[in-house]
Design a protein around this ligand. Structure first.
Ligand code: HEC
Ligand code: HEC
Ligand code: HEC
Length: 115
């Protein structure tokens, strides 16, 4: 192969590997919605769900979408209560005291219901 061709091959390999690393992060950030606030919390403080925080903790899109949550804020609606979460649905799928802090532990209520 000629030197010039070798250079092009090398350049293309570099570009491909750079986009392989950069693209997923960039497009994930673009697809990822901002914080979602839930106000149906009675006297307790509202709950804010953060996509960014959860991805930092290592959860992936398909851990939640769409077996636990639809890709639409508010879709869970009135079905998402402390009772259904304690039964292991919605946030309670993971917040069960094993995978993540529990929805049942009184000292942890304020980690979600942040004043
Ligand atoms: C993992 C996050 C999380 C934890 C931990 C949590 N909650 Fe909630 N809580 C929510 C969400 C989400 C809602 C639903 C809000 C909505 O639908 O608008 C909610 C709703 C509520 C409501 C409204 C009525 C109902 O039953 O849905 C009360 C009362 C409540 N929580 C009390 C508590 C108490 C007490 C604790 C601690 C024992 C607690 N929560 C722990 C996320 C949490
Ligand atoms: C830990 C769980 C979890 C993970 C992981 C997660 N999501 Fe979500 N996502 C939610 C919840 C909760 C909602 C709101 C659903 C509801 O209120 O019923 C939501 C809503 C959405 C929405 C709709 C937003 C709107 O304003 O209607 C999109 C789009 C979305 N998610 C994309 C993603 C993408 C892309 C990823 C991966 C980068 C991701 N989600 C990872 C829990 C998660
Ligand atoms: C796919 C699993 C999964 C689901 C579903 C999930 N979480 Fe989490 N969440 C985690 C993990 C893992 C952590 C970090 C571990 C820990 O702190 O115990 C976490 C941490 C958090 C934190 C602590 C953030 C911080 O650093 O202060 C909050 C608040 C929270 N989740 C709220 C919610 C709410 C509200 C929902 C439902 C709308 C929800 N999570 C659904 C896995 C999940």
């Amino acid at each position: 192969m000629k030197k010039k061709n070798l250079f092009f091959v090398a350049a293309i390999i570099c570009l491909l590997s750079a986009s392989f690393y950069l693209l997923p992060t960039a497009s994930l950030a673009r697809m990822m919605p901002g914080a979602i606030t839930y106000n149906g919390t009675g006297e307790l403080a509202p709950v804010t769900f953060s996509h960014a925080v959860h991805l930092n903790y290592g959860t992936a899109c398909n851990d939640c979408h769409s077996k636990v949550f639809e890709k639409k804020s508010g879709a869970a609606g009135r079905a998402m209560t402390m009772k259904t979460m304690e039964e292991g649905k919605f946030c309670g799928t993971c917040h069960d005291g094993e995978y993540a802090f529990s929805v049942k532990v009184k000292t942890d209520c304020a980690r979600c219901h942040v004043k």
